[in-house]
Write a protein that binds this ligand. Sequence first.
Ligand SMILES: [Zn+2]
Length: 295
Amino acid sequence: MKISSTEIMEKMVSLCKRRGYIFQSSEIYGGITSCYDYGPLGVELKKNIKEQWWQSMVQFRDDVEGLDAAILMHPRVWEASGHVEGFTDPLVDCKKCKHRFRADQIATPDKCPDCGGELTDIRKFNLMFKTHMGPIEEQASIVYLRPETAQGIYVNFLNVQKAARQKIPFGIAQIGKAFRNEITPGNFTFRTREFEQMEMQFFVKPGTDAEWFQYWKEQRMTWYHKLGITKEKLKFHQHSKEELAHYAAAAFDIEYEFPFGSLELEGIHNLLMIRRKSILSHISSRRRLAWIELC
Ligand SMILES: [Zn+2]
């Protein structure tokens, strides 16, 4: 008898709850979609993973510095990064059942997958959570919950370099919360609207990037092996030309074979051109545990 992937996931979600790893957020009020709370064992597990990562990426190395930047940043950061303009998903609504879909994820472009009803035109939907800073709700006080931790690293590049007396090649790492207003979250904690990233940007001289890229690819895969994750379930996925963002020279994901498919656990990208404008605006995958940036 073969057990389906949906059944495996159901069993796992219920086991996680019973053992105190992960609970549905606000469960007594009926729960809130795709938000989860880590219980007594879950918080320890998560802490251990972060500590392992921090030790190997920051504390045991002389060429990577740590950082803990604020979640709220100057709104101009997100204009310069291209997120205000370009960090969007194409959205359609069903005129009949009112269900909402990502236009690029439905098989029939003009029919509702749930009821067959007519769909609205595609609208661009920005994935950043918007809020207001200060007591007056006016345009000037709009701030965003960061959709990624990378920008905190970029804007502090000179501060860190000077304070730590680093010379290129060196990296900056941080672990922190990020938020994306996903239209279609799912697969338990794999795709959530609030999540934690572990991220490292490694800055190198142009021309040495291919070498460093290879080095970090090996380092990162070895890290998973050392943690004891089943080797056969881990593999590299190289981004094809079509998948590759325009500012990236090469990109590999480390994929893990989840019950719901082989999906990205971490992205390792060789970003040849750092340009404030439009950089990272195409990134839509999360659970990125680390990522090297080579410029
Ligand atoms: Zn419908």
